[in-house]
Design a protein around this ligand. Structure first.
Ligand SMILES: [Zn+2]
Length: 189
């Protein structure tokens, strides 16, 4: 097991209308290898909601944004930011700026590589089935109310050797929903 800290934290800022107004290179590169100019062209002015999948995760982000803007103090949101071949945990700081804009600073607190998981590989062929993945803890719902780490879900659902795999849709497990709803900015005294 190895872990490391990134030198450059992904940072992006949305304005009062939830549109991207600033992105740094580390954030842009999470969409693939792009130049700084490409990042500007592809990302700036887009609603952040273009990049948030799932109705419930969006509703929860809206709750967090409302609280950060109303109180004018930051919150910290722990998140899994896995790829097919990497487990990662980030601590995302939502930092209110003036004019109701919000800066997002993503601090990697843990990263470790793993054998690539086909279920998380966007190039793998998909079929009509769909599985929910928690947008916060990255666990997969294997049946109603039962969520497992993706490696365990692949075994539980016997997905290792199939020619096509279910689609992955973003949702929110009960414990993450509860913890997001309990997240309030601490007003600075
Ligand atoms: Zn969860």
């Amino acid at each position: 097991m190895s872990s490391q800290r990134l030198d450059i934290r992904p940072i992006y800022t949305i304005d009062a209308d939830d549109r991207l107004v600033q992105v740094n290179r580390a954030f842009a590169q999470s969409f693939g290898p792009v130049t700084a100019d490409d990042a500007e062209r592809l990302l700036i002015g887009r609603p952040i909601w273009d990049f948030v999948a799932g109705t419930v995760p969006r509703q929860l982000w809206e709750v967090l944004y409302d609280r950060v803007r109303a109180v004018g103090a930051p919150v910290f949101v722990p998140l899994r930011a896995d790829t097919a071949s990497e487990r990662a945990v980030i601590d995302m700081e939502l930092h209110p700026l003036g004019d109701r804009s919000i800066r997002h600073v993503c601090e990697y607190v843990f990263r470790e590589s793993r054998p690539a998981i086909a279920l998380l590989d966007s190039n793998y062929p998909r079929d009509h089935r769909a599985l929910l993945r928690c947008a916060w803890c990255a666990r997969i719902q294997i049946r109603l109310g039962l969520w497992q780490e993706v490696e365990d879900a692949v075994i539980s659902l016997r997905l290792e050797a199939t020619e096509t795999l279910p689609q992955i849709r973003d949702g929110s497990c009960a414990s993450c929903t509860l913890s997001v709803l309990k997240t309030f900015p601490a007003r600075v005294a």
